[in-house]
Design a protein around this ligand. Structure first.
Ligand code: PLP
Length: 394
């Protein structure tokens, strides 16, 4: 008989009861070091006092009123994101997939409104992940996500990630935009080089295309900058963010320049829940912490420490871990044994991780992680690796 929960997630057995900073406590009372962060969502760890206070205060006032009315918290959040980014304007929604959808619609609308309605196609990259809606699985075009859901939404072409020549060659008279993750997450923690991102900007300008970054996973401080593309000194025209933005409260946002956003006129797009007072209270509180003096440099510093420790694991356990990837606290370990087995064994030892493509395990501590907790996580990974390297020990 089918489970009451639709079986899309398999059937995990571990459940949690409460969290505190970088730790989660299972319903059986066991403590886990959480280097999964709910897939890069709980940026400030669990039960962060500032977030708890902000949300509790808003919960007692009111939660929702829809976008039929002004939402001062939403206005403030938008202003803060605009001040700290390339963007002039922000649309709020409830997930990463929706943020990408909004960007895709904005891209089409821009060309339609500026006299090029034939431009509707978007070029994406191999190993990309942009969400699970029909348009975003069509954009990501990974067989494991599209199988059985055809016909796909028309209007997407795909080229190898990191290859500018192939990108140029794929551009046609119907091309509207280039959509890229500055650091691919689900695809295996692959960071685009600064040269590649700069090259994409130049190609987009040359052909009159929009540059659309998907920072749903790599944005909101994960790499040590508020947005990952800042490392390359390149500005997109459109950007999707989500995951970390609400610290665990569901929220997404699509940021755009005025040139793009001004065509998203009243009535052209919308969301019932998007940017409601409760979500914006969460996101404003997250920003209070992330934008405070010294927070992002500290993320970068912790990222350097974690990378150094992970590289130590690769040096010591080359038969188990072959490579460290990523940037800041968005790091991945390429595995020799199956990454799912590594994640399972780490979980057995009290450390939560996430698998990614190309047989990588994601190591995503919360951005508030302490150095001693990084060392604690690495010690568990060391023990897991030793188990793999010594047949019979497991
Ligand atoms: C997770 C993710 C999405 C989809 O976000 P949802 O909130 O699951 O819809 C889109 N793009 C990237 C890069 C992601 O990592």
């Amino acid at each position: 008989m089918i489970s009451a929960i639709m079986p899309t997630y398999g059937s995990p057995s571990l459940a949690f009861e409460r969290g505190e900073g970088a730790y989660l406590y299972s319903t059986e009372g066991r403590r886990y070091l959480d280097f999964a962060s709910g897939i890069a969502v709980t940026a400030l760890g669990h039960a962060h006092s500032h977030l708890v206070k902000a949300l509790t205060e808003q919960v007692a006032k009111f939660w929702h009123c829809s976008n039929l009315y002004r939402i001062p918290g939403q206005e403030r959040l938008a202003r803060r994101l605009v001040e700290r980014s390339f963007a002039d304007t922000v649309f709020f929604c409830n997930s990463g997939g929706e943020a990408v959808e909004c960007g895709l619609k904005a891209v089409r609308r821009y060309h339609d409104s500026t006299g090029n309605p034939e431009r509707y196609r978007v070029i994406t990259c191999t190993n990309a992940f942009h969400g699970r809606t029909l348009a975003t699985i069509s954009a990501g075009r990974q067989e494991k996500h599209t199988k059985g859901f055809e016909p796909l939404v028309d209007g997407f072409d795909q080229v190898p990630f990191g290859n500018l020549n192939e990108m140029r060659a794929a551009i046609g008279r119907e091309t509207a935009a280039i959509l890229v993750e500055p650091v691919q997450g689900e695809g295996g923690i692959r960071a685009a080089s600064a040269d590649y991102l700069k090259g994409l900007r130049a190609v987009a300008d040359e052909f009159g295309l929009l540059l659309f970054f998907d920072e749903v996973q790599c944005g909101m401080g994960r790499t040590g900058r508020l947005f990952a593309h800042e490392w390359a000194g390149v500005k997109p025209d459109v950007m999707a963010v989500a995951k970390g933005i609400g610290g665990g409260f569901p929220m997404g946002a699509c940021l755009a320049t005025e040139a793009v956003g001004r065509h998203m006129t009243a009535g052209s797009h919308g969301s019932t829940f998007g940017g409601n007072p409760l979500a914006c209270a969460a996101a404003n509180a997250v920003l209070d912490v992330i934008l405070a003096d010294g927070f992002l440099p500290r993320v970068e510093k912790m990222g350097v420490h974690l990378r150094w420790r992970l590289e130590g694991l690769v040096a010591e356990h080359g038969s188990v871990f072959s490579e460290v990837r990523g940037r800041g606290l968005m790091l991945g370990l390429k595995c020799v044994p199956s990454n799912a087995d590594v994640v399972q064994h780490a979980q057995d030892e009290g450390l939560l991780l996430v698998t990614a493509g190309e047989n990588v395990v994601r190591v995503y501590p919360p951005l508030i992680v302490e150095k001693t907790q990084i060392d604690e996580g690495v010690a568990i990974l060391d023990c897991v690796a030793a188990g793999f390297a010594t047949p019979g020990r497991r």
